[in-house]
Design a protein around this ligand. Sequence first.
Ligand code: BGC
Length: 770
Amino acid sequence: MKTTELFVSAPGRLALACSALLLAGSLPAQTGSPYLDAQQPIDARVADLLGRLSLEEKVSLVHADANFSVAGVPRLGIPQLWMDDGPMGVRAETGENFANANRSDDFATAMPATLGLAATFDTNLARAYGAVIGQEARQRGKNIMLGPSLNIQRTPLGGRSFEYMGEDPYLTSRMAVGYILGEQAQGVGSCAKHFAMNNQENQRNSINVLADERTVREIYLPAFRAAVQEAGVLSVMGAYNKFRGDYCCENDYLLNQVLKGDWGFKGLVMSDWGGVHTTEGAALHGMDMEMGSRAPYNNNRLADPFLNAIKSNQIPVSVLDDKVRRHLYVMFKLNLIHDPDVPLQTNAATSQLSTKEHQETARQIAEASIVLLKNEKDLLPLDAAKLKTIAIIGANANAKFANDGGSAQIKAPYEITPLAGISNRVGSGVKIVYAQGYALPTGRGGGFRRGGAAPAAPAPANDELASNAVEIAKSADVVIFVGGLTHGTGDSEGGDRRDLKLPGGQDELLQKLVAVNPKTVVVFNGGAAVEMGPWLAKTPALLFAWYGGLESGNALAHVLFGDVTPSGKLPCTFPKRLEDTPAAALNAYPQTSTNQAAGGGRGGRGGFGGSNDEEYKEGLLVGYRWYDTKNIEPLFPFGFGLSYTKFKYSDLTVVRGLNTEHPTVKVSFTIANTGKREGAEVAQIYVRETKPTVQRPVKELKAFAKVNLKPGEKQTVTLTLGQSAFAFYDPDKKAWISNKGDFDIEVGASSRDIQVHRGVSLAQQVAVPD
Ligand code: BGC
């Protein structure tokens, strides 16, 4: 018997020495076989290879063989398929039951939270972000990275908001496309997750989401559609929750009809970890690969039970063949199956682990993600030369976040805290005094449970910690308070926040700090909005810094001291209070009455009063669409963010294209930097239908451009809006309809700061199928 060494699936893993064993009904791998011929079209290679696989081998390709892998078929040169989380870097290796594998070679660059990436409104940075992860994934031997996470922030309570890209489908789509193109260009597949309507963590394994068709198509699906149709994402992960009665991993409508049917997705659908519940549901309703179910893996629903169902003719083999075809298609796309005798042409990606370059990219993205929310009397940027003592206060100033928060955790080679970053920046000429100020609850965080877990109860204000902080604040030239949320206080997979309050008595402490030192700069971390107390009116400067990855402290220092002009914009609305948020206002999420009665409820993880239905009562009115349509004033609106310089918008022209069947509108305007510093502005283009024939949000983001300008410089921005910028989804026609009639094109610095606008009318109604 001839033994051939066929491939190495991943560096550091065993090379597979395999026997070229002839199985009944299947052909062995041979140099010259059509599937090994890289000149053949992929579909032909897939068809040829499929014909060589035995039934058992095919089944082995549609379920896991370990935490993050699927077995290969060595005799045919099909390698094991390796995956990893995602989406903010390459997660450390796991051992039995996902425990830390305690290796020393499994670190990676911790990128800023993907919500922070969205706050940059910069698609080039999204590409750079994906490229870093793709390169490190190559180095770590991963074929598919489990990200980006594309669920819409329906409520700021959502525990995974930090991993998503905000409340707007257009912004999420643009960032997703950039990220995926950047990552897949490195020869690594992306996995768009969690498909779909996984917008809360509480009861995520049991809720049944009910949302109308327009809401689904217009709010929750566009980013996935863009990932498939514009970025060519190679895999999609089904979500844990149910949608309209069926688990998303066994959902014919989502997987077969929309994803594979309407959108023509050719890649593979994998389950979320443990998200498959039945053999028949998964097999027949579009699930291609069962992941995360418990060992022994041959008992998984898409393993022996599936094989038996095929053998007993309950499920046709064509169902299995389609899944295997998709798996092989992805493998050929990633160049994982190749002729062992022909030297591999790689795309020569520089696959290196957390290089200086990668860390630099992480820092640049973190800098661009920071949002300046308030800056009275130009307190910022600070001038280190004029300061003698800085009081740095707050638990987060001395905290690290990367290796926490659930499956998005990253074991970084280092992480610069704000305290370290500011100290490095100011050098020895300035005295830094630090006080923690408040205590944070310990509890949920790195040790999240897959099924959901409650965050620890908030710690009460701690008088001693607070008075120490007030003492040092009194005599400092400036106070830099770094607080907000942590993964342990609710920004984490597995559970949602109970409310939008700042944990640990920070409101009380801030009230005291601003009273003793009016030069108090407040910096918050977090994955979504927090409510802010009366101290806000007395604070001259406020910044939101998300979770900034391994370079977060340096990035923050660069913004505070003016090495970088802030340019981030909010990718999600900051409401004044939880009751203003759409789902809460409609008592849809959290259901406040149930919370109180059961001491839990959806907001507090209690029972559901008999029903698991989670009705998206707010429909289309998610995020700013709600606040604007209902005239509710937010604390800080979507798209808002200040700069150290000033911008002026002018000269808007709006020109309709001549082809009325393919409507286009060319929008052109000028932005000038009228301030004294170089800086970047994110110009946002919103479209409003003046007299809609169906309910429409008052305005919707349809384009944006980030423009960097020197003082006194100006630039003309020209963008073309296509039919989709004007369209709504018509469920009866199964098409996107742009009406004949008037629209207003609104250009501004945020959703509530429209600087210039102009009308345009479309000459005829146009319908485009989804
Ligand atoms: C998460 C996924 C993740 C998977 C593997 C699940 O609990 O929802 O996002 O990719 O675990 O860790």
